[in-house]
Design a protein around this ligand. Structure first.
Ligand code: URP
Ligand code: ZN
Ligand code: ZN
Length: 467
């Protein structure tokens, strides 16, 4: 057989195996794994390189409507471009339903923004902000059939938080239709109470963002979300878990056999609340929710990754420019931490940080890296085995890594729409040197060679349970 592409001489790793072999690709799919495969239009030399499934980042925000006067720094063009530079081949952005809006309208708008602009594949989760009878009874079940098999609910945030009753109703739809619910677990009333108290005391600097959302706020909501899911018997993903107490809630639920999954993110492995201490508004660069915690919380999150408590490792890329009144320096007169848009960029740095801090430093092995960065995302959100592995028949979504390359992270390497990275100056070992989506190279040696519009939207199936 003659191939379109052969990746030759590399070490292939999946979530379960590591083996030396060549990869033969035809019409965007992997069609052969072996030696001496023969001829190809293009041969990519992967000697001394790792050949891994392309990263799947199942938690990113692009072009998401934010508070008044606030604009997200990445749309689909810059967001998917940056993701490709970070070794990703699929991202899963959220399609946010605004109050009063139908889910179909929200999706139409997101698809219009994504169409023709993506460098890599995308697949939307839904955010349910208005759980009306029409949404729950008609729209959501129909959309699940159309392949939108996951949706997020918020327990906090003005205009987004759902009541427990509403969350139960959303969970019931997921139960009936075989979908999965992602939960942002923080106690809204507790945050409002603490925020008011802090402001009354004149404590308005960015670092008080952390004080306004301490660990019990997250732990309580995590416990409540799990209890609600238990009542309905539905799988849920507790997203962006930041600390041991919340993680232990998940562990207890898993030990009781509940289908409760966990996600953590780079900010909870390498940042702390001290990063929000910077002079003036500098700390705003690190404001996200839940906030980065302390060294003990970092240790706990590593344990969760090692043990499988966390099924996925995502970026929660939610970019706002720093030096911009439409970004972190919120509009004039809104100088309290309360108004700093929540979220930090990270779609390009997620995998280098996990590889460097995890694989290179011996905290996790290569198979777990692949599971956490790609395979488990595909399984959890209904993309497996088309995505998330290197196997005959799978899409040729591949990242070639130089495991020994040492890189100092600087914002100019990331190619996003933001004007900073929270990880500026951090030195990592291990770097993606080539990203390929369905057999076509998108990024090679730090150069964008892909075509805008080559990435498409993926309909998904039901989640595959299990760790
Ligand atoms: O601060 C964060 N995490 N912003 C992004 C939105 C979310 O809650 O995931
Ligand atoms: Zn969230
Ligand atoms: Zn998020």
């Amino acid at each position: 057989m003659s191939f379109d592409v052969i990746i030759r001489g590399g070490t292939v790793a999946t979530a379960s195996d590591i083996f030396a072999c060549d990869v033969g690709i035809k019409a965007g799919r992997i069609v052969a794994l072996g030696e001496n495969l023969g001829d190809a239009t293009e041969v990519i030399d992967a000697t001394d390189r790792l050949v891994l499934p392309g990263g799947i980042d199942s938690h990113v925000h692009f072009a998401q409507p934010s508070g008044p006067g606030i604009v997200m720094a990445d749309g689909f063009e810059t967001g998917t471009r940056s993701a490709a530079f970070g070794g990703n081949t699929t991202v899963m952005p959220f399609c946010l339903q605004k109050k009063g809006e139908s889910l179909r309208e929200a999706l139409k708008n997101y698809h219009a923004q994504a169409a023709g602009n993506c460098y890599i594949d995308v697949s939307f989760h839904l955010i349910i902000a208005d759980a009306t009878e029409q949404v729950l009874g008609q729209e959501l079940p129909a959309l699940i059939k159309d392949g939108y098999t996951s949706f997020k609910v918020f327990m906090t945030y003005e205009g987004l938080a759902l009541s427990d009753l509403e969350i139960l109703k959303v969970m019931a739809v997921a139960r009936e239709t075989g979908a999965i619910v992602m939960v942002h677990a923080e106690n809204y009333d507790a945050i409002r109470f603490l925020t008011d108290r802090l402001e009354q005391g004149g404590h308005t600097a960015p670092r008080f963002h952390g004080t306004s959302r301490p660990i019990p706020v997250e732990r309580e909501a995590t416990h409540r979300a799990i209890s609600l899911a238990e009542l309905v018997d539905v799988p849920i993903m507790i997203v962006h878990v930041s600390n041991r107490q919340a993680m232990e809630e998940i562990q207890r639920a898993q030990a009781r056999g509940l289908k409760i999954y966990g996600e953590t993110c780079p900010q909870y492995l390498v940042l702390t609340e001290r990063d929000m201490d910077g002079a003036g508004m500098e700390g705003a660069k690190y404001v996200c929710s839940p906030p980065p915690r302390d060294l003990e919380s970092q240790k706990a999150c590593w344990e969760g990754l090692q043990l499988g408590t966390f099924r996925v490792f995502s970026s929660d890329h939610c970019p706002f420019r720093y030096d911009d009144p439409e970004g972190k320096l919120a509009p004039k007169g809104r100088s309290s931490f309360r108004w700093v848009p929540n979220g930090i960029p990270g779609v390009a740095t997620r995998l280098p940080i996990l590889f460097s801090e995890g694989v290179s430093k011996g905290r996790i092995d290569l198979n777990r890296f692949v599971a956490l960065s790609s395979t488990n995302h595909a399984k959890t959100y209904g993309l497996y085995p088309r995505k998330g592995t290197i196997a005959v028949g799978a899409d040729a979504d591949i990242a070639i890594w130089d495991p020994n390359r040492t890189v100092t992270i600087t914002h100019d390497l990331l190619h996003d729409g933001c004007d900073y990275t929270p990880y500026e100056g951090r030195v990592v070992t291990g770097w993606p040197v080539l990203t390929m989506v369905r057999g076509t190279t998108v990024v090679r040696d730090g150069q964008l060679v892909g075509r805008k519009g080559a990435g498409g939207h993926l309909a998904r199936g039901a989640p595959i349970p299990g760790i």
